[in-house]
Design a protein around this ligand. Structure first.
Ligand SMILES: Nc1nc2c(c(=O)[nH]1)N[C@H]1C(S)=C(S)[C@@H](COP(=O)(O)O)O[C@H]1N2
Ligand SMILES: [Mo]
Length: 316
């Protein structure tokens, strides 16, 4: 429910300058109304929470669930972002100075013509909506997060993939000057993820630019990330800089690092355990005990059809 949210809301991660720049661009855009309402939140001096009323013109997204929201504090302080550190509670501090503007994104591969566009153009182009999604990490904890974004399929449409494109790959920022964690070879950098094109075009698949009424905090993947709610969290790449369409299945970071543990599909599935732990239950952050994990993270009705005839034990 919209009213169930944490009372304490710190907004220190947002730089007023970045939002100012974004807003300036927005005002010149014609389809920017929703976005303006969103970014207006960050303006006007101190970063305090200004209530939801300013969002009245933003459309309430489909597929939103009614579960109690995870607190803003937990969702933004317990994060996975290995380019900064493998310590979930220190990402916030280590990522606080990440430069997220300008932020060009390269569109490449099997497309009519490659091009670049900045995240500001994306913000001005696509009306934003809120989607409250279940969010399940492979490490068996879960949250409920109000994301702000737009369907990935709308961005794919302007990329004009060629008919032979079957997959889409997302490469994220690799910048050793800003990201202390990349010194460790915990993953084959840069972080890469990919989806089958039909998964990418599914209306549940979101490009997130915000959460809890504000621009995405750096630690959660500013300025732009994926949210694929029926898959384990690692599929949802943060801070995307390149989108490439391919005919063959791309190599992805986690699958390359440990293919026995992290499959390409990574669909949430309580019946297929991780080799080192059960996936049957999950710890919902903020709750006591554990709750059963739902098939496809609760989105079975929407997405099971994408995998008809596939052996989900083999295609984990
Ligand atoms: N670039 C990048 N994206 C990433 C990761 C990462 O380390 N680097 N971690 C992934 C993992 S394992 C999870 S569980 C989610 C966590 O998203 P959250 O911190 O916003 O909850 O981000 C995913 N996206
Ligand atoms: Mo994860």
């Amino acid at each position: 429910m919209l009213t169930q949210r944490a009372p304490d809301l710190r907004r220190s991660e947002i730089t007023p300058k970045k939002l100012y720049i974004n807003r300036r661009k927005f005002i010149t855009g014609s389809t920017a109304l929703a976005g303006m309402a969103f970014l207006n939140k960050g303006l006007g001096g101190p970063m305090r929470h200004q209530g939801r009323s300013q969002f009245s013109i933003r459309k309430r997204g489909e597929y939103t669930i009614a579960d109690k929201l995870t607190s803003y504090e937990e969702a933004t302080s317990y994060t996975n972002y290995y380019e900064f550190t493998t310590g979930k509670r220190s990402v916030r501090v280590l990522s606080k100075d990440l430069r997220t503007s300008p932020w060009p994104i390269a569109i490449e591969g099997e497309v009519e013509a490659p091009f670049k566009l900045d995240v500001e153009e994306i913000l001005a182009r696509f009306p934003l909506e809120e989607r409250i999604y279940r969010w399940r990490c492979v490490e068996a904890w879960s949250m409920v997060i109000p994301w702000i974004g737009f369907p990935l399929k709308d961005l794919i449409a302007i990329c004009r993939p060629a008919s032979k494109a079957k997959f889409v790959e997302f490469t994220t920022l690799y910048d050793p000057d800003q990201m202390p964690g990349v010194k460790k070879k915990v993953l084959p950098w840069p972080y890469r993820e990919a989806l089958r094109l039909d998964e990418a075009r599914h209306p549940l698949t979101l490009v997130a630019v915000g959460m809890y009424d504000e621009a995405l905090p750096n630690q959660n993947g500013a300025p732009l990330r994926l949210v694929v709610p029926w898959k384990y969290g690692f599929k949802s790449a943060k801070s995307i800089v390149r989108i490439r369409f391919t005919e063959k299945r791309p190599k992805t970071a986690w699958n390359t690092a440990k293919s026995q543990e992290y499959g390409f599909y990574a669909n949430v599935n309580p019946k297929v355990d991780h080799p080192r732990w059960s996936q049957a239950r999950e710890r919902r952050i903020g709750e006591e005990g554990r709750r059963p994990t739902l098939m496809f993270n609760g989105y079975e009705d929407q997405v099971a059809g994408l995998y008809t005839g596939m052996d989900l034990k083999k295609n984990y």
